[in-house]
Write a protein that binds this ligand. Structure first.
Ligand SMILES: NC(=O)C1=CN([C@@H]2O[C@H](COP(=O)(O)OP(=O)(O)OC[C@H]3O[C@@H](n4cnc5c(N)ncnc54)[C@H](OP(=O)(O)O)[C@@H]3O)[C@@H](O)[C@H]2O)C=CC1
Ligand SMILES: N[C@@H](CC=O)C(=O)O
Ligand code: NA
Length: 336
């Protein structure tokens, strides 16, 4: 299967690393998964026989630009790569823009038009124009998967759509942002100040390109919109969410909450048609009290009743895990 990676930051490089590390497993169980092009904001590296992924990562880390890939690197836009390079799937991992959805929206729609399946971790277009994307994918008869867009590695979208198929999801409540959960955990357990904890989150590659999206609760808001639309049949946008972030939470507030048997978590919830994101007191022994980059989601369903999932909500390799599973799904649906 031939893949184009659009965006070569923390997640794009994570996907390349995982495809390299899993190459024998993939070849043995499915077929060779070749990356035929990688783009970033500087240009692209293109090799229709498959790029050397370790070399691509090394070039990006040393020079900051994928166009410096020896012989196969050049200045070209992602759109031109999507249009002109032969491939089965586009992995779209540019920054999440929660105002316009661009450039990801155009990348995704252009992939569909060019008969390429899409896997994305990008929340922008999903939170702004979910229906349009689904309709366009249908129109061009291509597969569109986005497990990594909510909860990173934590199975949630495909779990609800496939494993819990037939159930009605009545409500969802959970922690859907790894960065803020990491910051709150560090403040609570180590008394770390907000800025130092945020700096660590950035170094781990878990924060958004613009980390105010994490801190102000907008990333969680985008994720609950994606859940509302993709697994609860709603038609919401980010403007429908009441949002409050964690900027005012201090180590002292966490200490006081702990003394009373509680912790403070940034909770996203969908209930009775309302979408809310806000820091909430959570009992210490609640299943919602997960630490670090872990995410958690509690579903209430009509048949299965309560279902709780926990998993790593952010991080390059963890997010690449969800992307890989979507790629394997596409292989199984189209090539087997
Ligand atoms: N980090 C995480 O743990 C998770 C992230 N996500 C989502 O995954 C996506 C990627 O995140 P992350 O890798 O952390 O972000 P980064 O900021 O690390 O990387 C973004 C990449 O996109 C590139 N880019 C920007 N504009 C374009 C363009 N027009 N064409 C091609 N490439 C472009 C940047 O190029 P350049 O390098 O030249 O600046 C960079 O390589 C985001 O949508 C994010 O919300 C989802 C789940 C978890
Ligand atoms: N910045 C996000 C990344 C995953 O979506 C987070 O911290 O959860
Ligand atoms: Na997920």
């Amino acid at each position: 299967m031939d893949i184009i990676i659009v965006g070569f930051g923390a997640i794009g490089k994570g996907v390349a690393k995982v495809l390299y590390e899993k190459r024998e497993y993939l070849k043995k169980n499915f077929e060779e998964f070749r990356v035929v092009a990688i783009t970033d904001s500087s240009g692209a590296a293109i090799d229709e026989d498959g790029l050397d992924l370790l070399k691509a990562i090394e070039v990006k880390e040393k020079t900051g630009k994928i166009k410096n890939y020896p012989e196969k690197g050049k200045e070209i836009s992602s759109i031109d790569v999507i249009r002109n390079v032969d491939a089965d799937v586009v992995v779209e991992v540019t920054p999440s823009n929660l105002e316009t959805g661009e450039p990801a929206k155009t990348h995704i729609l252009e992939s569909f038009k060019n008969k390429k399946h899409v896997v994305t971790a990008n929340k922008g277009p999903l939170a702004l124009c979910y229906r349009e994307l689904i309709e366009e994918a249908k129109k061009y008869n291509v597969i569109f998967r986005h497990e990594a867009s909510v909860g990173g590695a934590m199975p949630i979208i495909n779990l609800a759509k496939e494993t819990l198929a037939g159930n009605e999801i009545l409500s969802i409540r959970g922690i859907l942002n790894g960065t803020t959960n990491y910051i709150l955990t560090k403040m609570e357990k180590e008394g770390l100040d907000f800025e130092t904890a945020l700096k660590e989150a950035k170094e781990l590659g878990i924060a958004e390109t613009d980390p105010t999206q994490d801190i102000e609760g907008l990333d969680t808001a985008a994720k609950i919109v994606i859940l509302a639309n993709s697994i609860m049949g709603m038609n919401k946008t980010i403007k429908d969410v009441k949002v409050k972030g964690i900027k005012r939470i201090t180590p002292e507030a966490l200490f006081l909450a702990n003394k009373r048997g509680y912790t403070i978590k940034l909770i996203g919830q969908i209930k009775d048609g309302y979408l809310i994101v806000e820091p909430m007191l959570v009992p210490i022994d609640s299943p919602l009290n997960v630490k670090g980059t872990l995410n958690v989601a509690m579903f209430e369903t009509d048949l299965a009743k309560e279902v709780v999932v926990v998993g790593r909500g952010a991080g390059p390799i963890e997010t690449a895990s969800a992307i890989l599973s979507d790629l394997i799904h596409i292989y199984q649906a189209t090539k087997r």
